[in-house]
Design a protein around this ligand. Structure first.
Ligand SMILES: NC(=O)c1ccc[n+]([C@@H]2O[C@H](COP(=O)([O-])OP(=O)(O)OC[C@H]3O[C@@H](n4cnc5c(N)ncnc54)[C@H](O)[C@@H]3O)[C@@H](O)[C@H]2O)c1
Length: 353
């Protein structure tokens, strides 16, 4: 079993972590154990976890982003309250990023905060969403607009959960794994480039390397004042493309697919502004064009820039980027001219038409 022990949280990864979770629950003498899951994780993951738990209260919600809502939050608080959860109760979040964001938010606010434990079941959850303490719900159609920072007490990563994850969900999470390599560890990117298809499910060590990058960055800068911004590489243009696709496409791009396009465009900006070597720009472009579908919609530059101007990461009215000096070395707080952003989107179009 691999471990990362930090001041505020502990992460365990391996095939034996569910057994360890059971021991940790006993050690902490929690008064009651609640388990939040969605309909898919109830079907696929709960049967693997439940043998390790005794005396628990399951809470099942519909799967999908629409559950990251005040309505579901109320239902969770209601279940906690109706079952007389006190401040020594614990909530286990068994699911992807929707479950850890929502469950963490409910636990952190119930009776001014009870412990919660993340057991991520999606690749995105394992390498990203379950770590870092950003919690929240979507409100009035704004994503993550109500929330707070608080770390889970423990994170238990059982890589075998990925076996039942649909392939598009693996691709979704893989974009963040690749991003961690691009901003912090060139050899991780090279190893991923050599993996056939989506074989990440068999590569627990790569999952560990990836999540360790996020955990180390979060430890240095928990509230995203500085180095944590490097995790936004690909996300300024990527989020704009994700919003565009949500509003215009019958089957919108998944977050990871939009971020993959964002990373190609922002690698181009890195080449133009920070002198990222051309060979590295080409390697990044080659990786994503090989593993991610081409976007078929007609992106409108002006509207994308407008979305970027409204991005919450902006700084003093400038569209703010985290870019790459080279693969494995990120630089934060870079402002770019709009014409260059358009050139970067054109670079993606040219290479993917
Ligand atoms: N807090 C953070 O730092 C952070 C970071 C990144 C993303 N997020 C949030 O995470 C969410 C996206 O996370 P996600 O991609 O994990 O989405 P998700 O939780 O909706 O999971 C994706 C789908 O996979 C299913 N699923 C999960 N595990 C499964 C398994 N083992 N087998 C079969 N099906 C399974 C889910 O039921 C769901 O249908 C977004 O709301 C995003 O805002 C948060």
């Amino acid at each position: 079993m691999k471990e990362i022990i930090q001041k505020d949280f502990e992460i365990f990864l391996g095939e034996e972590v569910l057994e360890h979770l059971s021991a940790v629950l006993i050690e902490n003498s929690y008064s009651k154990v609640f388990v939040l899951m969605d309909t898919n994780t109830q079907r696929f993951c709960w049967p693997l976890l439940s043998p390790y738990l005794v005396n628990f209260f399951p809470i099942v919600i519909p799967d999908g982003e629409s559950s990251k809502s005040l309505v579901q939050a109320e239902k969770i608080w209601e279940t906690l309250q109706n079952n007389m959860a006190d401040r020594r109760a614990v909530l286990i979040n068994l699911g992807g990023g929707v479950i850890s964001d929502l469950g963490g938010f409910c636990a952190a606010t119930y009776k001014r905060g009870i412990d919660f434990i993340n057991v991520p079941t999606s690749l995105l959850g394992m390498v990203d969403a379950a770590i870092g303490g950003k919690l929240g719900i979507d409100f009035l159609s704004f994503k993550n607009s109500i929330g707070l920072f608080k770390h889970p007490k423990y994170i238990f990563i059982y890589p075998s959960f990925i076996k039942t994850l649909p392939s598009e969900e693996i691709r979704n999470g893989l974009a963040e794994v690749v991003k961690h390599g691009l901003i912090d560890n060139k050899s991780l990117f090279e190893k991923l480039s050599q993996l056939e298809g989506q074989a990440i499910e068999k590569a627990g060590n790569l999952i560990f390397q990836s999540l360790k990058i996020k955990a180390d960055i979060v430890k240095k800068d928990p509230f995203e004042k500085d180095i944590r911004k490097s995790l936004n590489f690909g996300h300024t243009i990527g989020h704009a493309i994700e919003t565009w696709s949500l509003l215009n496409d019958a089957i919108p791009l998944k977050h990871g697919e939009a971020i993959a396009i964002g990373m190609i465009c922002e690698a181009y900006l890195s080449y133009e502004i920070l002198g990222l070597p051309l060979s590295e720009l080409e390697a990044i472009n080659a990786y994503f064009t090989k593993h991610y579908p081409k976007y078929k919609g007609a992106l409108n530059n002006d509207i994308l820039i407008e979305y970027m101007q409204n991005d919450k990461k902006n700084d003093a009215g400038f569209i703010n980027f985290s870019l790459l000096k080279r693969i494995g070395k990120a630089k934060i707080n870079i402002h770019c001219q709009e014409e260059l952003i358009v050139k970067a989107i054109d670079y993606y179009r040219k290479n993917n038409s």
